[in-house]
Design a protein around this ligand. Structure first.
Ligand code: MLT
Ligand code: ZN
Length: 483
């Protein structure tokens, strides 16, 4: 069957023809069409959106991805690339009208190469971040990217959304780790840019165009990632603090001591840790007395004999003496290390279990984090008495998840109906502090309406021109990023 639209427009018949064509291209293992099979691909992790895929294409290799994209373009059907479907902003859900094909990258799950001399890892888009980390570790290297959803999130989505996570303070965001990409473009052409070069100054940096574009410019099918030396020593401390300002002061002391060793500096509110203790089985506070503020500090180094533990103890003793820290525990075993990280990583899950949430994935200059938390907390409490204010996140890079959970007795739908007002309230503080309305989760389907106010003028106009040049039919992940 040719890849061309039917002469007379009959949407239902066109869609049926497209599904049949995809079946021919992919075979029975490569295409899901039964509603019971496709439904999980229509819903996002937060259950904000309930889309209905026309079908779910599950290609096995890059050539099949290209064939799917060509067939969808020819049929005028939207293509929604999807990795682990862990987006916080509905970035991978299809429309509800059953017109769009979900393109799952899950079967492109091969580690193509790992090279400990070049310090590179070449992986396909459907490899989970955790599997990629393991492949790097087997070569005695570190893939220095870590996010709460790493067991499920896939490299393609991690790159398409320019994920940040816990180690940005030291290694940067996903885009800082990409040396090369393979991308299926909206016209079905395959760009093989899988170069393993640490230096390559040859015109426009195309790979960075696709990183963070959230699948609106093409489909990432494979990547070359930059590896780091594997740490020989890691130390982790969980600290109680009297204020967020004290957390910033502790961060500065650690930076002053050995900036190259600071691998994560995460902030948690007392209310957020309480929710974890209440809703996550097995979670326990490792300190005698609860606090209003906590920090999780991770130091790591590949240098042998760096005496990290002594350095950490030394900084913490000084901070305790000066009242910046009221109590602290240093992980004494692998199990305790995991349990302390769990208090941080389970924040979003605990909040989900506690009721309806509004998330504000915002960033401000690092020095402004205490002011952000104080001002936004006061504004939200005034807007909606009883609202549960549970900010947490990556203080070391200025990215705070200023999340809010519904008041205990409120109807979840009523709370979500106030979502825009809550986001605007937090947004006003973020704007006053020269911040961003989306630090690491992207724009997805949740936030395109904010783009004109935050990224309008020449910036948004240029983005629109790029989109029109690469995807003139507007069929790559429709409705995401651009308003
Ligand atoms: C995290 O850092 O745990 C996530 O980005 C989750 C969230 O924003 O809720
Ligand atoms: Zn985060």
């Amino acid at each position: 069957m040719p890849d061309s639209p039917s002469p007379r427009s009959d949407p239902a018949a066109d869609r049926a023809r497209l599904v049949a064509r995809l079946g021919e291209l992919l075979g029975p293992r490569g295409l899901l069409t039964e509603p019971a099979d496709t439904a999980p691909y229509g819903e996002d992790w937060r259950r904000l959106y309930c889309g209905r895929p026309l079908a779910v294409a599950r290609p096995a290799d890059t050539a099949q991805v290209a064939a799917v994209v060509r067939a969808c373009m020819a049929a005028g059907a939207g293509v929604v690339p999807q990795g682990g479907n862990t987006s916080m902003v509905g970035g991978a859900v299809p429309a509800a009208d059953g017109s769009e094909v979900v393109l799952s990258l899950a079967r492109l799950n091969r580690v193509r190469a790992v090279d400990a001399i070049d310090m590179t890892l070449t992986v396909e888009a459907g490899v989970t971040l955790k599997a990629a980390q393991q492949a790097a570790a087997e070569a005695d290297c570190l893939l220095p990217l870590s996010v709460a959803s790493e067991g499920t999130a896939q490299i393609g989505g991690i790159l398409a959304t320019n994920a940040g996570g816990n180690n940005t303070v030291r290694y940067g965001n996903a885009r800082d780790l990409v040396l090369g990409l393979e991308v299926v473009l909206p016209d079905g052409a395959v760009w093989n840019g899988l170069r393993r070069l640490h230096k390559d100054n040859t015109g426009y940096c195309l790979r960075q165009l696709f990183v963070g574009a959230e699948g609106t410019l093409g489909v990432i099918t494979a990547a070359v990632l930059k590896l780091a030396p594997r740490p020989r020593a890691v130390e982790l401390a969980f600290c109680a603090l009297p204020s967020c300002a004290a957390a910033l002061a502790l961060f500065r002391r650690l930076q002053a001591r050995d900036p190259a060793a600071l691998q994560a500096f995460e902030y948690m509110s007392g209310a957020g840790v309480e929710l974890v203790l209440r809703h996550i089985p097995g979670a326990a506070l490792p300190l005698a007395v609860p606090s209003g503020h906590y920090a999780l500090v991770e130091l790591a180094t590949p240098r042998p004999g760096a005496a990290l533990r002594a350095a950490l103890e030394n900084v913490l003793e000084g901070a305790l003496a000066d009242g910046l820290v009221t109590d602290a525990v240093i992980a004494g075993s692998v199990a305790q290390h995991a349990a302390l990280w769990r208090l941080r990583e389970a924040q979003a899950e605990a909040q989900k279990r506690a009721g309806a949430n509004v998330k504000n994935d915002v960033s401000v200059p690092v020095s402004k984090v205490p002011e952000l938390i104080a001002r936004a907390s006061a504004a939200c409490a005034a807007l909606l008495p009883g609202i549960r204010i549970v900010p947490f996140g990556h203080l070391g890079d200025g990215n705070i998840h200023f999340n809010l959970v519904q008041p205990e007795a409120m109807d979840p739908a009523d709370f979500l109906a106030r979502g825009d007002a809550i986001m605007d309230t937090v947004g006003a503080v973020v704007r006053a502090l020269d911040g961003s309305f989306s630090a690491e989760h992207g724009v997805g389907r949740l936030k395109p309406h904010l783009m004109p106010a935050w990224r309008g003028g020449a910036e948004l106009a240029t983005m629109r021109r790029i989109k029109a040049a690469l995807d003139p039919l507007g069929l790559m992940n429709p409705g995401k990023v651009l308003p």
